[in-house]
Design a protein around this ligand. Sequence first.
Ligand code: HEC
Length: 228
Amino acid sequence: MRLTNRSTLGSGLFMMLRANRSTQSSGPSTRGGSSGRSRAAASRRAMMAMMVFFFLTQTGCWEQVSVEWFPQMKWQIAVQAFELNPYQDRIGLFSPPEGTVPVGWGDVIVASEYTPAEQEAFVNPNRATLASLKNGESYFNTNCTACHGPTGGGDGPIAAPRGPIAGVLPIGPGSPLGFSLAPGLTDGHIYTTISLGRGRMPSYRRIPPDARWDVVNYIRDLNGQGGR
Ligand code: HEC
């Protein structure tokens, strides 16, 4: 595609140069007469027509020419974003080998493999350091405040009565109901609530497991149950 474009453009320029030279040499002093002039005018017109033609066609195509110099890395056979995957039926090629875990997700407790009683008894491996609380705060603000509110009072913008999610339970101070549930919940209970969801609350397993424990620490801090 590109080569064709360049070569047509090249030959176009070449023909224009030739046309130009022939107009100069066929001036009235050498040839004379009206036929020479009209031939010169005709060849000028032809040249103009050709220039217009090439201007219109070449600029149109020019936009499609890649400005990348070595695009081989980009134009590889890998499936590109939004491209139809020709190997959809061969899903095995795309699943990671068995036992693969995302970076930072090693040794994860898979909460659903434990009984409710065992889940309640999970021990928080993260101490409530400032770093842990900061990390927990960040995840809490991103994932929890929409429903539970900035201090966990159950008064987030999408919680009833302001929003559509009814029955968001208070897990921090500031609740219109005047109490927080969190002090009565074990660390394991909060961790598994984040991991698996509970009742009408969806799972937030998108939060890396280690950071879930930081969120637990942060909730403790919100409730005055852990020191900064
Ligand atoms: C989409 C709204 C929503 C979001 C976001 C949300 N929750 Fe909840 N949460 C709820 C609702 C609703 C309940 C009450 C669940 C029930 O008992 O049906 C609840 C209950 C809880 C409970 C109490 C569970 C119990 O057994 O009483 C905890 C703890 C909790 N959420 C923690 C969190 C944490 C931590 C986050 C952020 C990672 C979070 N929630 C994000 C809606 C939400």
